[in-house]
Design a protein. Structure first.
Length: 134
């Protein structure tokens, strides 16, 4: 994947400084720091059904590149050019599109389709017999 990505975006290296971080075993603080330092989350999971990283990235106001799968489309409104089929070539194409078009401002940032409630908000609503959560 790395070779395909590099060859796909080599002409676009002047458009955006590249700093790719692959995260494993990060604390909540470290993850939030990565979001605040990032322009984009490239999410390649085909099985993440809860979508927490996608919600966190969206709340951090960064772009999301993700698979064209029902769980993502149920959760977010995302620029169709930043969605990809489950193939390395399609992912590289979405990354290249982002790198070539980011500075022009024509890419839509993701929007959550529904309000996501924090546990504290739900508990408070239950405590106050306010089940509407509006």
């Amino acid at each position: 994947l790395a070779e395909q990505f590099e060859s796909s975006v080599q002409d676009s290296s002047n458009y955006l400084p590249m700093n790719i971080t692959i995260m494993f075993d990060q604390s909540r603080f470290e993850i939030q720091q990565h979001y605040s330092d990032s322009l984009c989350l490239a999410w390649s999971s085909s099985s993440e059904s809860f979508g927490m990283p996608l919600i966190e990235a969206c709340r951090s106001n960064i772009y999301i590149i993700g698979p064209d799968l029902p769980y993502l489309n149920d959760l977010l409104v995302i620029d169709k050019n930043l969605q990809f089929e489950l193939s390395k070539k399609s992912l590289a194409k979405a990354l290249k599109y982002f790198l070539l078009n980011y500075r022009e401002g024509g890419i839509q940032k993701p929007i959550l389709k529904n309000k996501i409630y924090r546990t504290e908000e739900i508990l408070e609503a239950l405590k106050n017999d306010n089940f509407s959560l509006n």
